[in-house]
Design a protein around this ligand. Structure first.
Ligand SMILES: Cc1cc2nc3c(=O)[nH]c(=O)nc-3n(C[C@H](O)[C@H](O)[C@H](O)COP(=O)(O)OP(=O)(O)OC[C@H]3O[C@@H](n4cnc5c(N)ncnc54)[C@H](O)[C@@H]3O)c2cc1C
Length: 487
């Protein structure tokens, strides 16, 4: 039996970051990750000699001294990841039917671009950009001390992104352009809070980057730092029970029968899973558990990973959000990984499209690699439809494809245990912000929550959430000062 100050359930980004911060502060931490590779959705895999990222396409706020840059510097991982800045003049292309918008980086540039494209909206665009700036800045270091919600900006949590845009803007083309990247947060009109839209947009305007060599490099660097600080990261260890009494947390058990003792557990896994494996305790009301475990989840994504024939498809340092028509595939994000060989041609292209879980429900009881030929055929049919869809804008793509690989919501469900393979976890809802933004500290002494389900998803969102969870253990001023010292 081993005894730790804190046990972290799940070695996704949220779990590793909390472990790193706490181990830096002298705590004896242990991360237990069920997969053979840590990182959760940051996992990379090798196919056809190429490193492929299972999920992350790009992240924001990575310019010097912006939020994620500061957080990564505090973690001490900046020197070990190869971050490639997307094109200044256009990092995102939004192709909607036959209209095309090219978002430049920098909030002022973005504002000027929108004004030039939509002159009739010149007066309201600055107001919209002001809202984006205010809400986006909630991701900055200083806001950590306000906890989950900054009461001065409560409207940004309680009004939907679609309402804030529509109430200010008349031109439907401008709405389409602004809503064009909603796949990044699985946006739903009248539901997704403005805060989520703004933090995503603002962070990308503050430095959008891709990673050369795979997002696994982030995971590996985080693990190295944790281990240097004396922490432990164990892979292939599925936590099957969190032991608790009315006085608090006692430890965890893993699938192989091991017992790990600790008075504190941070769970980086979906709340449905956390409360499934947590012992019953009078400290947590059944109404709290049933509320938190019955929230809707964001939609899942079908991912098509393409290896490209050498020298056949030019690398573009920009993303493409394409929305067209009403067929099954009508909205995709096409993105390319920076070539490992530093060349001009793309080695890996990834295309993702939203898919309803109902389309995969018939394979609900199956597991990875054993879902049958009808599943393979179904995946092939969607892949072909995606390729036909993007061929309108990329006529050469089909000829350039060497091999195709795919992941569905079932893949994500089975690897990360996210219910129905939801891409970003619990759907944040402006109509009930207090139940869909979940506090990191629970009423059960020693039980803390972190990860994308708790606050905001994505690399930046999960990082902020990790720091908020650590602030619950260490104090927010302490955490903020430590980051300031380093970055
Ligand atoms: C297709 C796709 C594309 C995305 N693209 C981007 C992007 O471009 N940019 C961006 O910023 N974000 C993107 N995201 C979102 C981002 O990947 C996630 O928000 C983030 O990685 C979530 O981290 P996490 O630690 O909260 O959860 P996870 O990554 O899900 O980590 C949870 C970990 O817990 C482990 N686990 C589960 N149950 C147990 C158990 N019982 N015992 C032990 N371990 C357990 C899992 O194996 C997993 O490793 C994307 C997501 C998807 C699905």
């Amino acid at each position: 039996m081993s005894k730790y100050d804190v046990i972290i359930v799940g070695g996704g980004l949220g779990g590793l970051e909390t472990a790193l911060v706490l181990s830096k502060e002298g705590m004896n931490v242990c991360v237990l990750e069920k997969c053979r590779q840590a990182g959760g959705m940051l996992q990379s895999f090798m196919r056809d000699g190429k490193i492929m990222d299972s999920a992350i396409h790009y992240v924001g706020s990575m310019d010097k001294d912006e939020a994620l840059d500061r957080y990564f510097r505090y973690f001490g991982i900046t020197g070990e990841i190869d971050a490639v800045r997307l094109d200044q003049d256009c990092y995102d292309n939004i192709l909607i039917e036959d209209s095309r918008y090219s978002f430049p980086m920098g909030l002022d540039n973005f504002e000027e671009y929108l004004k030039s494209k939509f002159p009739s909206e010149r007066r309201v665009i600055p107001l919209f950009c002001k809202y984006v700036r205010e809400a986006g800045m909630l991701s900055d270091l200083e806001n950590l001390k306000n906890g989950l919600f900054n009461m001065d900006y409560m409207d940004y949590y309680t009004v939907s992104a679609s309402d804030i845009i529509r109430n200010n803007i008349k031109d439907p083309g401008l709405f389409d352009a602004l809503w064009g990247t909603s796949l990044l947060y699985a946006g739903i009109e009248k539901v997704t809070p403005f805060y989520i839209h703004a933090i995503t947009l603002y962070s990308n305007l503050k430095g959008a980057y891709r990673f050369r060599g795979g997002t696994k490099s982030i995971t590996d660097a985080l693990i190295r730092r944790i281990e240097e600080n004396g922490g432990t990261v164990m892979m292939g260890m599925e936590v099957t029970r969190i032991l608790a009494g009315n006085e608090g947390i006692k430890g965890v058990e893993t699938a192989d029968g091991s017992y790990f003792e600790s008075g504190s557990v941070i769970s980086d896994i979906h709340p449905v899973e956390t409360f499934r494996i947590l012992d019953k305790t009078a400290k947590l009301k059944p109404s709290f558990i049933s509320r938190i475990t019955s929230e809707d989840n964001t939609y899942g994504l079908f991912c098509l990973y393409l290896t490209m024939k050498p020298g056949s498809f030019r690398y573009i340092n920009q993303n493409f959000f394409i929305r067209r028509g009403n067929n099954r595939v009508n909205y995709v994000l096409l993105s390319m990984q920076p070539p490992a060989n530093m060349g001009e041609y793309a080695e890996v292209v990834t295309i993702v499209t939203p898919v309803p879980y109902s389309a995969f429900e018939r394979w609900d009881g199956t597991c990875v690699g054993k879902r049958g030929n009808d599943y393979l055929d179904y995946k092939e049919s969607i892949s072909e439809e995606i390729l036909n869809f993007v061929s309108y804008d990329f006529p050469d793509i089909k000829r350039a494809v060497d091999k195709k690989f795919t992941a569905t919501p079932l893949t994500f469900r089975d690897y990360t245990k996210t219910p129905q393979g939801s891409a970003y976890g619990i759907q944040k809802n402006c109509n009930k912000p207090y139940s869909t933004f979940i506090a990191g500290r629970t009423k059960l002494p020693g039980l803390y929550l972190t990860g994308q389900n708790i606050n905001v998803h994505g690399v930046l969102g999960v990082t902020i959430t990790s720091l908020l969870t650590c602030a619950d253990l260490l104090g927010s001023d302490y955490v903020i000062n430590k980051i300031k010292e380093k970055a």
